[in-house]
Design a protein around this ligand. Structure first.
Ligand SMILES: CC(C)(COP(=O)(O)OP(=O)(O)OC[C@H]1O[C@@H](n2cnc3c(N)ncnc32)[C@H](O)[C@@H]1OP(=O)(O)O)[C@@H](O)C(=O)NCCC(=O)NCCS
Length: 175
């Protein structure tokens, strides 16, 4: 599989999404050691810098293999990451699909950034990977995340709900 060109940087009205680099390691570690940012998915929490290194390596493996993945999200002109968002190839019921991910620093919540970034990620996937379903798995109590999935164009599919790493996950899927 070759990478699609142009995926390493996406621009939206307010945001720049770029392929994560080692300089983003501090932000990856800070976000994944923040209990508020991992409240609904505690299994995603990291303990050490080595854990963050490994996570970045997994994200980079996805990029190297497929030419797209999770992006670091910033406001235009700002060096500080707001969070991370993107799609990653995962196996689901013996087919390959794209898992939509988003996690932002609590200081940035409530401004529509996650919805804007997730919409760009799903739009990119639909344009460049039209045969791949995009899914988001969201904990039932995580209302903000459910709103982001819907804003990005995904539709709730109750019959697919299934246990995940942190309990039951609600499924949202691109139609
Ligand atoms: C989920 C998350 C990314 C949302 O980030 P955000 O930047 O605040 O999202 P937005 O500002 O784009 O808001 C998204 C929607 O959720 C709504 N919302 C935000 N916080 C909410 C809350 N606490 N309760 C209910 N709705 C909420 C907003 O009003 C908005 O609704 P709309 O699209 O109908 O206008 C952020 O809360 C986060 O990073 N959480 C921790 C990580 C996480 O849970 N990731 C998802 C794992 S499945």
């Amino acid at each position: 599989m070759t990478g699609d060109t142009g995926a390493e940087e996406l621009r939206t009205g307010r945001l720049l999404l770029s392929r994560p680099v080692p300089a983003d390691l501090d932000a990856i570690l800070a976000l994944h050691t923040d209990p508020e940012a991992c409240e609904h998915n505690p299994s995603d929490m990291l303990a050490t810098r080595e854990d963050a290194d490994e996570l970045l390596l997994r994200w980079s493996d996805q990029w190297n293999e497929y030419g797209f993945g999770y992006w670091t999200v910033r406001r235009h002109g700002s060096p500080e990451p707001l969070g991370f968002c993107g799609v990653k190839t995962v196996g689901f019921r013996r087919r390959s699909i794209l898992n939509l991910f988003y996690r932002f620093f609590p200081s940035s919540w409530g401004s529509g950034y996650a919805g804007e970034a997730a919409t760009a990620a799903v739009d990119w996937a639909r344009a460049h990977r039209p045969d791949d379903l995009v899914i988001a798995r969201v904990r039932p109590e995580n209302v903000a995340s459910q709103r982001v999935a819907v804003r990005a164009g995904l539709v709730r599919m109750e019959h697919l709900d299934a246990p995940g790493d942190d309990g039951i996950d609600w499924f949202y899927i691109s139609d």
